[in-house]
Design a protein around this ligand. Sequence first.
Ligand SMILES: [Mn+2]
Length: 279
Amino acid sequence: MASVDDIVDLLARVRERSRGLLINLEGKYTAVGDLHGDLATLELVLKEWEGPYLFLGDYVDRGDKGLEVVTTVFQLYLEGKAAVLRGNHESPIMNIEGGFLDELCEKLGRKCGYVYKEFEKTFATLPLAAVVNRKIVALHGGIPLREDMTPATLAELEKIEGDLTAPQNPLAFQTLWNDPCPCDKYSPSPRGPGIWLFGRDVTREFHKLHNTAVVIRGHTYVPQGCAVHHGGGVVTVFSSSAGPYQKTKPKVALVKNGVEVYDAATKNSAKCPEDVDVF
Ligand SMILES: [Mn+2]
């Protein structure tokens, strides 16, 4: 187990290397969905799948090895072996109830509050989205909607300023929290106020605006570990079998000019259900 000083130093280095809220990537990536403290699956992915890796957020809470997972992911980032996006669980609004703060206190003792504040500051600097080879958009939750309910652009995400701790900005918040629905337009999300389910028209318009093909994202729990939405315009990858997700078969995706989903353990090509209605 790393010491408090080592963890605080690692977090400071991640903040120093921050490249903004939108990053551009080139090449072939192994994308990894929600891990939620599942160190065993992370280790399996690092052993069986080649980097560089593209982590889609939700490293902590629910599983009991969130600290190990998030520090491993950050270490890979500092070594230039991974791109690391923010999930809705990289936030104080989740970590008090979700288990990560308790985990820090169990593992680090009385300095846990101080270390948590360092995590909080670091989470706020993580990118909200990545564009791979100008074709594939990676983010944790979903396409954010403006006040007039049209899709926001990546350029708008890039320009977001101000305090992103919670995050307070509605477009940033929705990028971490929205989900696709098997519908045409949009509807309020059962996840809570300010969160939306977005439909086929939103996805089509978003890809038209950016000349992109696929949004790859995590966030939605599906027992199969993956799902395809909106005729392939959105792909969900889920990579945790920790905590409440023990029955999941974790998936990863190869991302280049398209998105191919595979079972993380067997390496077989995955059959992902289409247009699942999880809500
Ligand atoms: Mn999530």
